[in-house]
Design a protein around this ligand. Structure first.
Ligand code: ADP
Length: 600
């Protein structure tokens, strides 16, 4: 499935009936394949357990029919010990089975999580901007974790019930086929209500799930920092609460209905399951009176029949379990089926470009079909020079910069570095030669040092200090209580935008790429911060090919070339003086923004 046709809509998926096709089953079983030995062992254990389960009723039969009437204490002791032995062995086997269950299911989850993580790493940036908040985490955690239940309950239950049905059924028929038929006659009576109830519960569970996710969405939207601010500033607390309360009431009502559906179901089941033994007592009792059957047989028969009804009930519900499991796999496979668009070409070569130029030739790009974000962009950023992009917000400046490290794939035209189409380079070599300083620098939760080492893991303390000095942030860092070991990120200390951007500059200095892409901070900085950032930038951009989304006049004046971007196209190109002389778009922008010394 191509990226363009990807389905991100969860609600759409929920509405679909899971399709239990052969390919689907083969695909699911491929995850079990590495554990086939353990799975086989589980099956062996389950069949042994099902045999062991028949023994106690048969032993009781012998106690009643032989040991007691014959007053044979020796036989009695032997039969009681045998019963005890069966129970102990069953218990021990049960422990082994639990271990194997959890070994297999947890390992499948482990494999899937690894596969999913690597797959998601390959997804294009566009995926993350279009997917619903929190959805990736849900797939990675609750959906994949749900898979463990598929083996430990669905598969194991199915096999175990099947073995129990076969062994018990065969035993019953061997003991007395007429009685066995009588016991089985009532089975359809409880299969039908079970199926019906299963369907009702499945529908209720699905509705509940939908309500719960609606509820989560409200929580996420209104109880997050920005959502909270919005709610407070527009004083929508009462309205939001009303919405929340309505959905909360609906999900409560549904959950009560769901548990009641279970109760009615159990009641029906108990009634029908008690009919079988009654029939056995009636007809078996008649045979006993006739002298054709022993008391022990009747008791053993009823006990065995009890073993039969449980699995039959569960097997009818199995359909619901399987549907649920398949739906779970489908949700996960849906993600696996989204192909990463941006991958290495087969003939890709490593790029080692020190001081090569960047050329855009007739480049067009659209985020959404028929809504071009860039059209026919052509320019050259000469090696070792600085090119400034200016223009109104939404013009396409950021988009241009994102195309260079191939965060998105262009629709038409060509981007070349050192004369070679960037699609001919391996992604790794291309990206390792590009340093990106964005406006909202992301620092992960960890120490400043760890954040810096992310750029170059083998950097020494000396390298780090030098980079930070060049980025004009060293003095600030050493003033912090823990210096370079101070924790930053969402659980660490809060840094200002300017401080973060300087750390980001230090990070790129450590990486030392040939090409620098920079999005200058628009947020107004105090004069001192601005001075430091300018100095840091100067250090960073020295002798590099750089493309800077410029917002400050000083940056624009320092650029070797200025590109004025407007409506996804390059409106003007030249130096500051040339462009002013043209008295065109640039002059307009300059006149409007000069007062604030800030562009866009
Ligand atoms: P600038 O950096 O000049 O402010 P951008 O390159 O960010 O402009 O945006 C150019 C156009 O592309 C805008 O119309 C914007 O709405 C659109 N755009 C930007 N990012 C995305 C995206 N991830 N998905 C869809 N449209 C986008």
């Amino acid at each position: 499935m191509g990226f363009g046709r990807m389905k991100f809509d969860e609600d759409e998926l929920k509405g679909q009936k899971p399709n239990i096709s052969k390919t689907m089953l083969i695909r699911i079983s491929s995850y079990f394949k590495p554990y086939w030995k353990q799975t086989l062992l589980v099956m062996v254990i389950l069949s042994i357990s099902s045999f062991l389960g028949i023994l106690p009723p048969l032993l009781i039969q012998r106690i009643i029919d032989r040991a007691l009437p014959n007053k044979d204490f020796h036989l009695l002791l032997l039969l009681v010990l045998a019963s005890l032995g069966t129970t102990v062995v069953s218990g021990l086997i049960g422990v082994l089975q639990t271990y194997l269950n959890s070994y297999i299911s947890q390992n499948i989850v482990y494999d899937m999580k690894n596969q999913m993580y690597q797959h998601l790493q390959q997804m294009p940036l566009q995926f993350y901007s279009s997917v619903k908040q929190g959805e990736v985490i849900t797939r990675m955690t609750s959906d994949i974790s749900g898979i463990q239940g598929v083996f430990s309950s669905t598969v194991v239950n199915f096999a175990s019930n099947l073995f129990i049905l076969v062994t018990t059924g065969v035993t019953l028929f061997i003991m007395n086929w007429k009685l066995a038929l009588l016991g089985i006659i009532v089975v359809p009576l409880f299969i039908l209500p079970t199926r019906k109830m299963g369907n009702v519960r499945w529908k209720l569970a699905k509705q509940t799930q939908e309500k719960v996710s609606e509820q989560n969405q409200i929580i996420q939207e209104t109880l997050s920092i920005s959502g909270y601010m919005l709610m407070k500033l527009f004083t929508k607390e009462a309205q939001e609460f009303k919405g929340f309360r309505t959905i909360n009431a609906e999900s409560t009502r549904l959950q009560i209905r769901e548990s009641m559906a279970g109760r009615w179901f159990m009641m029906t089941l108990t009634t029908f399951t008690s009919i079988g033994p009654m029939l056995i007592y009636l007809y078996g009792g008649y045979l006993f009176i006739q002298g054709d059957l022993t008391v022990g047989s009747i008791i053993a028969f009823v006990a065995l029949l009890g073993r039969l009804y449980g699995p039959v009930g569960q097997m009818t519900n199995l359909y619901v379990d399987i549907r649920r499991s398949i739906a779970l796999f489908e949700r996960i496979f849906d993600y696996f089926d989204m192909e990463p668009l941006i991958v290495d070409q087969p003939q890709a070569v490593a790029m080692n470009t020190i001081g090569k130029d960047i050329t855009f030739e007739q480049v067009s790009f659209a985020y959404q079909k028929d809504k071009p974000a860039l059209s026919n962009i052509t320019f050259t950023a000469a090696a070792g020079t600085m090119t400034a992009l200016v223009g109104p917000s939404g013009a396409g400046k950021t988009t241009i910069t994102h195309l260079i490290p191939r965060m998105y794939e262009i629709e038409a035209g060509q981007i070349r570095i050192g004369g070679i189409d960037i699609r001919n380079y391996t992604l790794e070599s291309l990206r390792s030669q590009i340093g990106l300083v964005t406006q909202d620098t992301y620092l992960f939760n960890g120490t400043i040092k760890e954040n810096l080492l992310y750029a170059r893991s083998e950097a020494t303390d000396q390298d780090i200090i030098e980079a930070c000095k060049a980025a004009y942030i060293h003095d600030f860092i050493v003033e912090l209580p823990e210096g370079y070991d101070t924790i930053v990120g969402n659980r660490g200390i809060k840094l200002s935008g300017g401080e973060k951007q300087r750390i980001s500059i230090a990070r790129v200095l450590l990486k030392n790429p040939a090409i620098i892409i920079m999005d200058e901070a628009t947020s107004s900085l105090d004069t001192i911060s601005e001075f430091y950032i300018q100095q840091a930038m100067y250090q960073l951009l020295q002798n590099k090919t750089s493309i800077v989304i410029a917002h400050r006049l000083s940056t624009i004046m320092a650029a070797d070339k200025i590109l004025v971007v407007q409506h996804g196209a390059i409106a003007e190109e030249g130096s500051h003086e040339q462009l002013l002389e043209k008295r065109g778009v640039y002059k307009d922008l300059y006149d409007k923004q000069f007062e604030r010394k800030v562009f866009a």
